[in-house]
Write a protein that binds this ligand. Structure first.
Ligand code: F0G
Length: 354
């Protein structure tokens, strides 16, 4: 069952809404003691593994809503700007809905897996000589002038679908976490999680709210630096954004929850990326490691208070937004290439150190 059918009562849908679903959502919340040990005694770290959605990123939750509502409202085409994952998701859901999909991406700044997805799902892909922020400006204007539904996260239905991830976190834990950490790019995801947590509390499903911890890449940290970044830079291409569309909402989530939005360097992101893969067994794309890099950085700074009583476990949920196979180039780039030997057993044994 997809997120619309599972959380229908919390979503702006009616019996007339044509549900376009790929059975998204229902992703696991994986405990990661290796990370928790680095935070401190009494802490548990949970990884919301959103890379296990149908197009391998968290975007599918919002996209099922955006495309279903676009269809209900009579649109025959959808469009988005993207650093890659939104375009992959939009292309897949548009294919399922049998409508046209146009995606505008920054040339040369999209991970290979994401580009392959957008193309194979039949989207019209246009690369601009410019960055994500410029692509979004162009798509916004096109959608104002033509009868095409914009499916970036400024589309409120995207946020509605996306908020179901907080419901799942609360349903899995049996309560809201103490802290919720995630990467921040265009800031739709932090906006949606915060909305979801607040709604679950209003409906009496949980009795508290988490502290929201957002992390931007150091070379693309407009919210942290309180200014638009004209030329954002980071190897975490998914969050290479200099002027987030949901900037204000991200600040509201931070301030209302008593949380923070901080930045992590590319080195810290890659360290967390490798730790997740080699130490925890979960392969994510670099941007997804920003939340982990962030909580490790905050732990080193003494941000997390000591837990005094063993019965008072504190839960940190970290969202792993996209699968590592989206960006295989990055994984290979940060590792040594395999040694090549002759096809002889003794050579393989020697190299394997058996
Ligand atoms: N992680 C990944 C893997 C993403 O693809 C994105 C955003 C984010 C984190 C940040 O989420 O924008 O809601 O703050 N990707 C968008 C895209 C911008 O076009 O795919 P956000």
């Amino acid at each position: 069952m997809g997120v619309i059918d599972r959380y229908r009562d919390y979503l702006p849908v009616t019996g007339k809404t044509p549900v376009i679903s790929l059975e998204e959502g229902g992703t696991p919340l994986v405990r990661a003691d290796l990370i928790a040990e680095r935070i401190g005694p009494g802490y548990a770290v949970w990884l919301k593994y959103e890379g296990l959605n149908p197009t391998a990123s968290f975007k599918d939750r919002g996209m099922t809503m955006a495309v279903s509502k676009a269809l209900e409202e009579g649109s025959r085409a959808v469009a988005c700007a993207s650093t890659g994952n939104t375009s992959a998701s939009a292309a897949a859901f548009a294919a399922r809905a049998k409508i046209k999909c146009v995606v505008v991406i920054p040339e040369g700044a999209i991970a290979l897996g994401k580009l392959a997805q957008a193309l194979i799902h039949g989207a019209t892909v246009i690369a601009i000589r410019g960055n994500f922020d410029q692509a979004l400006d162009i798509v916004r204007e096109i959608c104002e002038k033509y009868p095409i539904a914009l499916v970036n996260s400024i589309n409120p239905y995207r946020i509605e679908g996306q908020k179901t991830a907080s419901f799942e976190v609360c349903d899995s834990l049996g309560h809201a976490p103490d802290y919720h950490a995630l990467p921040v790019g265009n800031a739709g995801n932090i906006t949606a999680y915060w909305k979801g947590y607040k709604e679950y509390k209003e409906r009496g499903k949980v009795d508290r709210l988490p502290v929201m911890l957002g992390f931007q890449a150091a070379g693309a940290a407009p919210i942290v630096e309180k200014r638009v970044i004209e030329d954002p830079r980071t190897l975490a291409t998914a969050i290479k954004i200099g002027n987030p569309a949901s900037w204000k909402q991200a600040e509201a989530a931070r301030d209302e929850s008593g949380g923070l939005i901080d930045k992590v360097t590319d080195e810290e992101i890659i360290e967390a990326y490798r730790l997740l893969a080699a130490g925890v067994g979960i392969f994510v794309e670099p941007a997804s490691a920003a939340g982990i890099a962030g909580i490790l950085k905050k732990a080193k700074q003494g941000y997390f208070p000591a837990v005094t009583s063993p019965s008072e476990r504190k839960d940190i949920v970290c969202v792993l937004t996209g699968h590592g196979l989206k960006d295989p180039d990055m994984a290979i780039k940060c590792l040594e290439t395999p040694v090549v030997v002759d096809a002889k057993i003794e050579e393989v044994i020697r190299e394997a150190g058996i």
